[in-house]
Design a binder for this molecule. Structure first.
Ligand SMILES: Cc1cc2nc3c(=O)[nH]c(=O)nc-3n(C[C@H](O)[C@H](O)[C@H](O)COP(=O)(O)OP(=O)(O)OC[C@H]3O[C@@H](n4cnc5c(N)ncnc54)[C@H](O)[C@@H]3O)c2cc1C
Length: 356
């Protein structure tokens, strides 16, 4: 075995597809994860908030090569025209069908072993995964460590319907989506929030996806870098009439109002937590164990990584430990996107292939 991927979500699949595209064979890759279907964790969350279209654009797919993007696969003039002006957002259905195809085509199932990994340990020439190995190169892609929820409430990312009176706690993209969903279902909606949400087209500004923007980010001192990441983590949703108009109409009809966060238990209201995920390496049992076993450098809730998403103390000429997904934000602020997954995947693949 040349390498292992720990975590079987979208970032794991993107890494697998990238390795396969570079010529690494299924029998050289071990994938350890909780779900045989790499889309299942994401699929349930997206379905729960009734997401119809991707937040990402044409290149937001898990195949290794950027081209052809999903706009080309949709093959309509409208899709291509919108993609030229960065206004194309593929349907969730198209994204998932394509991800299924990548899973089949790359041989993912041949490498997959169902297991929740507890320990990754470094040795001189590689890593053991729960005592198995040695794997010279390991990529950890365990995703978000769990949901934050108001006691007793359903979470926006879990399956649910809407009752006639709904209190939605939170102020980010999931909350904004839930206001619209509940209003469309005919509910009376109270938005319970601690502060006003920011209005940003993307969670992470486009500059941080470019080489130049990233170089600037990588030059920041640790405290500044952490401050940027905290700021990017503030609740936001996109500007635009499609968000504002339904709220304006519902407010005028007394169907929507805002309440402050001291009132999360409104009698007679169904409470929905649109309060996102738990944050930071301490919340992820595998990462917390790894940090403590190898005394890894951290700053605040962030794992300190090299710009290529590797863990500096455990990466050298013979071995690589890479982090993909949200825990990789120190290297790539938008680590929790498909683009972020590919950023880590490509750097990991370069290292795997360099030492073949
Ligand atoms: C509702 C929603 C919509 C989104 N829409 C978009 C979008 O349109 N475009 C975009 O670019 N991004 C989007 N994102 C962001 C991002 O793409 C997703 O969060 C994506 O799921 C991240 O993939 P991941 O592999 O890091 O995490 P996940 O998909 O959550 O996968 C992690 C997997 O690892 C498993 N695991 C965890 N711990 C262990 C362990 N110890 N051992 C083994 N396995 C483990 C988990 O159970 C899970 O199966 C969206 C996120 C959400 C929540």
């Amino acid at each position: 075995m040349r390498c292992a991927i720990v975590g079987s979500g979208l970032a794991g699949l993107a890494a697998y597809a990238t390795l396969r595209h570079a010529g690494v064979r299924p029998e050289e890759i071990a994938v350890f994860g909780t779900h045989p279907d790499p889309t299942s964790a994401w699929r349930e969350r997206a379905a729960s908030i009734r997401q119809q279209r991707m937040r990402s654009e044409s290149d937001g797919h898990v195949a290794a090569a950027g081209f052809p993007g999903l706009a080309v696969r949709e093959a309509t003039l409208a899709a291509l025209a919108r993609s030229v002006t960065n206004r194309y957002h593929p349907t969730v259905e198209l994204f998932l069908a394509h991800a299924d195809e990548v899973r089949q085509r790359t041989g993912w199932d041949a490498s997959f072993a169902e297991r929740r990994v507890a320990h990754v340990r470094a040795g001189a020439s590689g890593f053991t995964v729960d005592g198995e190995g040695t794997f010279p190169h390991v990529l950890i892609a365990t995703g978000h460590p769990g949901l934050v929820r108001v006691d007793g409430a359903v979470h926006a990312y879990e399956p649910h319907e809407y009752e006639s009176k709904v209190a939605i706690v939170g102020a980010g993209m999931a909350a904004a989506t839930e206001w619209r969903n509940a209003l469309a279902a005919g509910s009376e909606v109270v938005s319970v929030r601690r502060r006003e949400p920011l209005r940003r087209p993307l969670n992470v500004p486009r500059a941080y996806f470019s080489k130049r923007g990233l170089a600037g980010f990588h030059r920041l001192a640790p405290a500044q870098r952490a401050a940027v990441l905290h700021d990017l983590g503030r609740p936001s949703y996109p500007p635009g009439r499609e968000w504002d108009d339904p709220l304006r109409r519902a407010t005028a009809a007394s169907q929507f109002r805002v309440s402050d966060s001291s009132q999360t238990h409104l009698p007679g209201y169904q409470v929905i937590s649109a309060t996102g995920f738990r944050k930071g390496w301490r919340e992820d049992a595998l990462l917390a164990d790894l940090v403590s076993a190898h005394d890894l450098e951290t700053h605040d809730r962030f794992l300190v990584l090299a710009p290529d998403s590797t863990v500096p103390a455990l990466t050298d000429d013979r071995r690589t430990l890479s982090i993909a997904g949200v825990a990789g934000q120190w290297a790539f602020p938008a680590a929790d996107t498909i683009s972020g997954a590919k950023y880590a995947a490509r750097a990991f693949t370069r290292r795997v292939c360099r030492t073949r």
